[in-house]
Design a protein around this ligand. Structure first.
Ligand SMILES: Nc1ncnc2c1ncn2[C@@H]1O[C@H](COP(=O)(O)OP(=O)(O)OP(=O)(O)O)[C@@H](O)[C@H]1O
Length: 309
């Protein structure tokens, strides 16, 4: 659906906000662009949408070059901006219809009605924006972005600063849109959001795309857990009887660390912990204490960003 080829952006003054980005977005997927503040997420979206010119490279939207064929490319895209706009005295119906008009599309009340119903705004269509709750205003932004029937929807921080309940509601809205065939690209600070929503995740850091991965493959990494066994008597090496387990020595031989995978439970011997405990006993090792830990999503994200430093 979208190809980003060798895109760089250097702002006036020489700041390099994007460096040689290559990215392909597949039709019908939800792609989450994850990155810390100032990483370049908004700049990348702005370049793809043709709001900011790239310094190098090109962007194709469904095969249309977004500079040479700007109008064709742009009309395929709906953009939900980060900030709420301020048309307080306009009604929901008018503001959404107006957005469609901006793309030179003929009026289509049936489509506007479909969009408003899908976003549960139909009952509020005659209300002015100032009369809506924060969550409704956010949904109006989505309705505006969908008014001209785009095939791709960009959501820039769709749930920044909203409460948990509203965040879940937004996630459902986005999933429904995907189910209707809209390709979705969202930026987020929230790892949980990327985990919950995305088919693929891209991590951007200081203008570079440091990782693009299927969510499930990432989850596989995330699924690793550690079991630390504190020993009564320190060891100088892992005993031969335990060689078949994935063990390393830690804390000067006072602890054995077992790494296992939680993403494939219930197959064969499962986590392997019971077999390990049996073998520990057979090897005559006394375990004083034990604890388990799982890398949090935050840790994985931070380590990904650091690894690529
Ligand atoms: N018009 C501009 N002129 C100069 N520098 C800019 C301009 N727009 C953005 N930048 C810089 O480019 C970098 C990337 O900004 P961008 O808004 O893309 O980050 P972001 O990843 O969306 O961050 P956030 O999560 O904070 O929204 C920042 O350092 C920002 O200061």
């Amino acid at each position: 659906m979208i190809r980003v080829e060798g895109v760089s952006k250097t702002f006036r003054g020489g700041f390099e906000a994007l460096r040689n980005i290559d990215l392909t977005i597949r039709r019908g997927e939800i792609f989450a662009l994850l990155g810390p503040n100032g990483a370049g997420k908004t700049t990348l979206i702005s370049v793809i949408c043709g709001l900011v010119n790239a310094s190098a490279g090109r962007v194709l939207v469904d095969g249309h070059d977004n500079v040479a064929a700007y109008r064709r490319a742009r009309e395929m895209i709906g953009l939900v901006p980060q900030e709420l706009t301020n048309e307080a005295f306009t009604t929901v119906w008018d503001t959404v219809s107006f957005s469609r008009g901006l793309f030179g599309k003929p009026k289509n009340p049936a489509h506007i009605e479909r969009v408003l119903r899908a976003l549960t705004l139909w009952e509020k269509r005659n209300n002015r924006l100032l009369e809506l709750s924060g969550g409704m205003k956010r949904r109006v932004l989505i309705a505006k972005a969908l008014a001209h029937e785009p095939q791709v929807l960009f959501l820039d921080e769709p749930t920044a600063g909203v409460d948990v309940e509203l965040r879940r509601e937004m996630w459902n809205v986005v999933r429904d849109l995907r189910d209707q065939g809209v390709t979705i690209i969202l930026t987020t600070h929230y790892i949980e959001e990327a985990e919950e929503m995305a088919d693929r995740i891209g991590v951007i850091r200081r203008g570079e795309l440091v990782l693009v991965e299927e969510k499930h493959a990432l989850m596989h990494q995330l699924g690793r857990k550690e079991l630390t066994l504190h020993l009564d008597t320190p060891l100088s090496a892992v005993p031969p009887g335990l060689a078949s387990h994935e063990l390393t020595l830690a804390e000067d031989g006072h602890a054995l660390v077992y790494t296992y995978d939680t993403s494939r439970p219930g197959k064969g011997e499962g986590t392997g912990i019971s077999a390990l405990l049996t073998d520990l006993e057979a090897a005559g090792l006394q375990v004083k204490d034990l604890h388990t830990r799982q890398s949090s999503l935050e840790e994985i994200f931070v380590s990904l960003v650091r690894e690529n430093a």
